[in-house]
Design a protein around this ligand. Structure first.
Ligand code: COA
Ligand code: AMP
Length: 637
């Protein structure tokens, strides 16, 4: 079928407000908006000002009321524990009602923040929806972060309550959450009033004091009593959630998502970008701790009346590289969304894709990849082995939905490997030089989006409107800075090449090298340090830390490096995947003292580089190269 993309994009360009008002008709509103877009609100204006709505109602109640009570809403498949379960829309609503009743009994209501610290279990999704039902603002924290990261989020979001599981399960180890939670609360200035802990059999938590509650027991009681809690109407512009993401410092950014615009945008994408009809099974193999999980495990599939898969496992090793195909065939998944790193892992384990042949994938239509650059080799492998279109698409925690993609629902455009394709309606994407002037097609530059951003994108940062302005709006006036560098070709296809800041992407996880440097610098023997992301065949990038020791330190370097690796794991968490600390005598700097991280990265990746004219002492680059060579990295000559 010929793509309707250009026609639809032009319709948006002609009249953005009419475009989004039409999309908004897909949502049930308690009160309609006064203005589709109000430029006077927030950092750059807000969508659906004056409207009232409830996100949980749109995700659950309306489907139960209108013909989908018996349809599965959530399929839980946990190869790591062996558990499986299916929850219909009616059952999901009953459980969400029960959880909302428990939270309301403890005084949680509209505007209160609730931190959710849970692994990939259906209760995590339900807890998010229970908060939405009450008008409370959830903030989900990924299980791979250390207690200190959790503490930072507790202090910033100041939650009234925390909903946690007793543990998460990683291959070969059970991660007890309660000790991490207790340590985080000990460290934080803000203390939540209540902690609700869902006991899992793999590691039950000791509950102590008046603050801890057995969440499973309380919700089971509420469920047995058939407790129902009405959906609390909130403003479309009220926050639905805060999701912390890496910035350039150790203090993460609290990305705020509103209720109304978020629903409108996600519902639009489900149909038009992902091409998913109500009743179909959509699987985003990510984690509820990331934006992909928020948007495409929880909210978008349920807004669409589709079925979502909650998968607690890994692409390999639980039990093998065929688990994705098993889940797709067993549950009739029509589209899978994951990070390229998952496919690189599968390809490494099963290069011929032999395990694919063991399963019936007849219903499977499309593979979507995002979260990091999709390398052409991986895309070509997936296309070849699966025989379905493989769609790369590019977005960020801040936007909540694809900026650039290939709209399957509108009819696919030809795929160009290495490009996530074209801007979605709502996004006027431009490539500009450092002075903000548009560059010629095919020229690398800063990727920016002309304001206003479309519905669903962040209106601000939690508690930090100045940081919001400084991070995103200041450098290129009238535009949102994505902090990605890229180019647009003659056909209007965008290619994303690299970040322009200190963010690295490790196995699809967004991490801050600045945060890691803060941790390394806190070690008593370290005088100065630099962390860079080096190319990694499996994870895309891996962090690598260089440290210069204080004068007079004469302990073995290997001992200190081991301590540094342990320190990052302890302070940031295992997800940082920080495994390489290298002691050097000096760091390469400009004459004004700026560390030349970009040159170090080029040396480490073995790519061609030009010695910066401003370098203070070129010999240091050779020392860095020698140190890297010793550790087996490719290294440029
Ligand atoms: N809770 C606790 N620890 C976690 C965790 C969680 N939810 N998620 C990851 N970790 C730990 C891992 O166990 C690992 O610990 P280790 O150092 O003891 O081995 C560490 O964090 C690094 O994890 P990861 O980078 O994921 O590497 P891995 O070697 O465990 O797995 C892949 C590699 C490719 C299989 C895995 O990264 C993957 O499935 N990636 C998909 C990416 C994804 O879903 N991204 C979300 C955005 S779309
Ligand atoms: P996150 O906020 O965790 O989703 O990370 C967003 C960042 O990941 C982007 O700014 C990009 O640097 C990178 N990214 C996400 N998707 C892609 C993609 N499809 N291609 C290239 N980079 C991507």
């Amino acid at each position: 079928m010929a793509s309707r993309y250009h026609e639809v994009y032009e319709a948006w360009q002609r009249d953005p407000e009419a475009f989004w008002a039409k999309a908004a008709a897909e949502i049930d509103w308690v009160k309609p908006w006064d203005k589709v877009f109000d430029p006077s609100m927030g950092g750059y204006g807000q969508w659906f000002a004056g409207a009232e709505c409830n996100t949980c109602y749109n995700c659950l109640d309306r489907h139960v009321e209108r013909g989908r009570p018996g349809q599965p809403a959530i399929i839980y498949d946990s190869p790591i524990t062996g558990a499986k379960a299916v929850f219909t829309y009616e059952e999901t609503l009953a459980r969400v009602n029960a959880m909302a009743a428990v939270l309301a009994d403890h005084g949680i209501g509209k505007g209160d923040r609730v931190i959710i610290y849970m692994p990939m279990i259906p209760e995590a999704v339900m807890a998010m929806l229970a908060c939405a039902r009450l008008g409370a603002v959830h903030s989900v924290v990924f299980g791979g972060f250390a207690a200190r990261e959790l503490a930072t989020r507790i202090d910033d979001a100041t939650p009234k309550a925390i909903v946690a599981a007793s543990c998460g399960i990683e291959p070969g180890r059970v991660v007890a959450y309660k000790p991490l939670l207790d340590a985080a609360i000990d460290m934080s200035r803000h203390k939540p009033e209540a902690c609700f802990v869902l006991q899992r059999p793999q590691a039950e938590a000791a509950l102590g004091g008046a603050r801890d509650h057995d969440f499973g027991a309380l919700t089971a009681d509420a469920l047995a009593q058939g407790r129902e809690v009405p959906c609390v109407p909130v403003k479309a512009t009220d926050p639905l959630y805060i999701l912390y993401t890496s910035g350039t410092t150790g203090q993460p950014k609290g990305v705020v998502r509103d209720n109304g615009g978020h629903m409108v945008a996600l519902k639009w994408t489900m149909e038009n970008h992902y091409g998913i009809a109500p009743g179909e099974v959509f699987w985003a193999a990510s984690d509820v701790g990331w934006v992909v999980g928020h948007s495409y495990i929880v909210y978008a599939p349920l807004l669409q009346g589709a079925t979502t898969v909650v998968f607690e496992g890994k692409p390999i090793g639980t039990p093998d590289a065929g688990v994705f195909w098993r889940v797709i065939s067993e549950h009739g998944v029509v589209s899978l969304f994951t990070a390229p790193t998952a496919f690189r892992a599968i390809k490494k384990e099963d290069p011929e894709g032999k395990l694919i042949g063991d399963y019936d994938l007849a219903a499977f239509r499309t593979l979507f990849l995002a979260g990091e650059r999709a390398d052409p080799d991986t895309i070509a492998w997936a296309e070849d082995k699966l025989g379905v279109p493989v769609i790369d698409h590019w977005w960020q925690t801040e936007t909540g939905w694809p900026i650039v993609g290939n709209p399957v629902g509108l009819g696919m455009l030809p795929v160009k490997h290495g490009s996530p394709t074209v801007p979605m309606p709502g996004y006027d994407v431009q490539v500009v030089d450092d002075a903000g002037h548009p560059v010629a097609r095919g020229t690398l530059g800063n990727v920016v989006i002309k304001l206003p951003l479309p519905p669903g994108c962040l209106p601000t940062l939690w508690n930090a409107p100045e940081r919001f302005h400084a991070s995103y709006l200041e450098e290129f006036p009238g535009c949102y800075k994505t902090a990605d560098a890229g180019l647009m070709d003659e056909d209007g296809y965008l290619f994303i090449m690299a970040r322009t800041d200190d963010i690295i992407n490790v196995a699809g996880h967004r991490l801050s090298t600045g945060a890691m440097e803060e941790v390394l610098a806190s070690h008593k023997d370290v005088a100065e340090c630099a962390v860079i992301g080096v190319a990694d065949q499996l994870k895309g990038q891996a962090p690598c830390g260089f440290v210069v020791l204080k004068a007079g330190v004469n302990r073995p370097h290997a001992e200190i490096e081991k301590e540094l690796v342990a320190l990052v794991r302890d302070k940031i968490g295992p997800v940082a995947a920080f495994k390489l600390a290298i002691t050097v005598d000096r760091l390469p700097k400009t004459r004004s003292g700026k560390i030349l991280r970009a040159t170090m990265r080029q040396v480490a990746d073995g790519t061609e580089y030009r010695m910066p004219a401003t370098i203070d002492d070129p010999a240091i680059i050779d020392e860095i190269a020698a140190a890297l060579k010793e550790r087996g990295l490719p290294v440029a000559g």
